[in-house]
Ligand binder design. Structure first.
Ligand code: GDP
Ligand code: MG
Length: 696
């Protein structure tokens, strides 16, 4: 039997790199029985880090969905990448998840990436639990980390477990709802939990945290308030009920603690996933548009998470190996049966759903083997699908009789690119195909052929991102390739407005064709890098012709600016069209529009934009001076500096072009003890010298 929808939890585990996501996931799989073997990140044997290069580097790059059962719930768990080059992937996962567990290190506290992910989760209104991990380590500080979550994330954590001891004395945790001490037996890898009375030495502390918990919950729930007033305490069921409601609203974040490495504190976190995080039924209906509405039919549609609605789902990830391509689909409505054909509204094609897989990380199980009776999944679930040929990450799949295009996932601008070429020209075709294969799986990889040099350029989100994809081409696709040094991806913009015309005029064999288009080009920060508008009145031109001119202006603008870089922060407005009914055909209009765009660009005050990164360096205080003066030579703007124990945390904004190879450099500046994280922040004006150098 498929799990009843109210018993499904689609959750992600998110955190800064090295906080312990993979280790925590591993423990969860073990306790839920999904994995019989306990993996260790440090040996490269975990279930979710199953790509060869991930095991090698010990970081999670490709998130994989894993299903497991905890008590009466099915938990679909997504282990998301921690490295900042892959934030786009985290963002994509957040979109299809209903809840998240945010893991913090009790030593490092709230780090840059946890902050970024927290803000993303805010944007998608994802209810959250917090897990303060690594309490066994030297320098671990539960209270400090808890306070940082409040301060730095402006969050509202409410502690449900607190540690007994810290660092080498970290022994167990106190459950503040039941007011019991929990000890996790090491021989059974924490599988057996010993429930005891709270030790005397911790009784007062526990009372203090417990009264904070009751204060918070009383404000949320009148029944708890009444119970507290009448009896001085409240029964667990009432507390759970109130916390669930407040968590779903995003008003509080139930917070837990432990050490995943030492098998302490993970089961209470799992109980909390069941208790407080939403089921798909708690989520609002998903919205989309009908790609081919009939007359008078509204284009907007929505689907509620019911098996009785027409099927709709979102492909949020594609994992390809040598044998097959597996599309991860979040099913929003209806049921998906194997053997059916579903529409991809982007291509207009129907795709065969050959097989449905229930995913257990590296090994894949058929649904029947995983205990399901039938070959179908229903609304609310997440499933791996084999069969579709022409799908890409972000695509909708839907019932062909009830088409809907779900709101698409937006992908960020790439910031770095490199030229790539096959060693022998015989491999050119194979490389092209391989690049299509890559970018269907990872839409933050873009490829393009340079008009000047004929070279293939691949762009992405960071040095590591390009490096990983280069390795995949070599290993998974058996390609022999040469790559050039990565470079920053520049953009072109304009500093002031210009207005220019373009004309098309041709007379041959006594026939004249003519059209004229006038456009204004100006700086503009909109949602899209380039926006196109028209100030023409409805009567000025047949609407079909208006559409053609707009389309042509847009196409022309998409092909790049004066120096061949993509345009950004600009707006074109069509201000006039010289249209002569007998002479202005589609081709003439298109050519005139293209000329107008070219003329405007060549007269405009064009400037280059460069990617600017948000950087955070965490270093022992003694190296702060070194690191700071090095950053000054890199034209960094220091925006903050804080102390945390013996560590200094430096935040800065710095042009990406200054940061190539920084990982090696920062190590040598700090005897290997500083760490940093960096992610794209914005595009800003590049120094004029960049353009001068380019033009020679
Ligand atoms: P991720 O990058 O967030 O997936 O973190 P990992 O799970 O890969 O852990 C990073 C490192 O921290 C590994 O060396 C783990 O063994 C270690 N680690 C994870 N959890 C704990 C913990 O609770 N205590 C200690 N001492 N180390 C931990
Ligand atoms: Mg990991």
């Amino acid at each position: 039997m498929p799990t009843a929808i109210e018993k499904i939890r689609n959750i992600g585990i998110v955190a800064h790199i090295d906080a312990g996501k993979t280790t925590t996931t591993e423990r969860i799989l073990y306790y839920t029985g999904a994995s019989h073997k306990m993996g260790q990140v440090d040996d490269g044997t975990t279930q979710t880090d199953f790509h060869a290069e991930e095991a090698k580097r010990g970081i999670t790059i490709y998130s994989a969905a894993v299903s497991c059962r905890w008590k009466d719930c099915t938990i679909n768990l997504i282990d998301t990448p921690g490295h900042v080059d892959f934030t786009a992937e985290v963002e994509r996962s957040l979109r299809v998840l209903d809840g998240a567990v945010v893991v913090f290190s009790a030593v490092e506290g709230v780090e840059a990436q946890s902050e970024t992910v927290w803000r993303q989760a805010d944007r998608y209104r994802v209810p959250r639990l917090c897990f303060i991990n690594k309490l066994d380590r030297i320098g671990a500080n539960f209270e400090e980390t808890f306070a940082e979550i409040q301060r730095r994330l402006q969050a509202n954590p409410v502690a449900l477990t607190i540690p007994i001891g810290a660092s080498s004395d970290f022994e167990g945790i106190i459950d503040l709802v039941e007011m019991k001490a929990l000890y996790f037996d090491e021989a059974s890898r924490g599988g057996e939990v010993d429930v005891r009375e709270i030790p005397e030495a911790h009784a007062e502390d526990a009372q203090l945290w417990r009264s904070q918990l009751l204060d918070t919950v009383s404000l949320i729930d009148d029944d708890v308030m009444t119970a507290c007033i009448d009896t001085g305490t409240a029964p667990p069921e009432l507390i759970h009920r109130a916390l669930r409601a407040a968590t779903l609203l995003g008003d509080v974040q139930p917070t837990f603690c432990g050490s995943s490495l030492d098998y302490i504190g993970v089961q209470p976190l799992l109980d909390a996933v069941n208790r407080y995080l939403p089921s798909p039924l708690d989520m609002p209906p998903v919205k989309g548009i009908n790609p081919s509405p009939r007359k008078n039919q509204p284009a907007e549609e929505q689907r509620t998470p019911s098996p009785d609605e027409p099927f709709s789902g979102l492909v949020f990830k594609i994992v390809a190996d040598k044998h097959a391509e597996l599309c991860f689909v979040r099913v929003y409505s209806g049921v998906l049966k194997s053997g059916s054909r579903m529409l991809n509204p982007r291509t207009g094609k129907k795709e065969l759903i050959s097989q449905l897989w229930h995913i257990h990380a590296s090994q894949r199980q058929k649904l029947e083997d995983a205990g399901y009776e039938t070959d179908y999944v229903a609304a609310g679930d997440i499933v791996g699908v084999i069969g579709p040929k022409d799908v890409a990450t972000g695509d909708t799949l839907c019932d062909p009789r009830h088409p809907i295009l779900l709101e698409s996932i937006t992908f960020p601008e790439t910031v770095i690119s490199m030229a790539i070429e096959p060693e022998s020209s015989a491999d050119r075709k194979k490389l092209e195909e391989a690049l299509v294969w890559l970018s269907r799986q990872d839409p933050t990889i873009r490829t393009q052929v340079s008009e000047e040099t004929g070279q293939t350029i691949i762009s992405g989100m960071g040095e590591l991102h390009l490096e990983i994809n280069r390795e995949r081409l070599i290993r998974d696709q058996n390609l022999k390739i040469r790559v050039h040094k990565p470079r920053v991806s520049y953009r072109e913009t304009v500093r002031s407005a210009v207005e220019e015309s373009g004309e098309f005029h041709r007379a041959s064999q006594g026939e004249t064709r003519f059209a004229g288009v006038r456009v204004r080009l100006e700086p503009h920060k909109g949602d899209a890098p380039v926006s196109v508008a028209s100030s023409l009145k409805p009567g000025d031109l047949p609407s079909e012709m208006q559409r053609i001119v707009r389309e042509a202006v847009n196409e022309s603008a998409q092909s790049g600016g004066r120096y061949g870089y993509p345009l950004m922060h600009v707006k074109f407005t069509i201000t006039d069209v010289d249209y002569r009914e007998a002479e202005s055909d589609e081709e003439a209009l298109r050519a005139a529009a293209a000329h107008a765009v070219q003329n405007a660009l060549s007269r405009a005050d064009v400037a280059l934009l460069e990617p600017v990164m948000k950087l955070e360096v965490v270093t022992p205080a003694e190296f702060l001076g070194n690191i700071q003066s090095d950053l000054n030579t890199r034209h960094a703007r220091i925006v903050g500096s804080e102390h945390r124990g013996d560590l200094a945390v430096l935040s800065a904004e710095v042009p990406l072009v200054q940061m190539f190879g920084y990982s090696t450099h920062v190590r040598s500046l700090s005897q290997g003890r500083a760490s940093y994280s960096m992610e794209p922040l914005k595009y800003d004006f590049a120094p004029p010298s960049v353009l001068d150098d380019m033009l020679g």
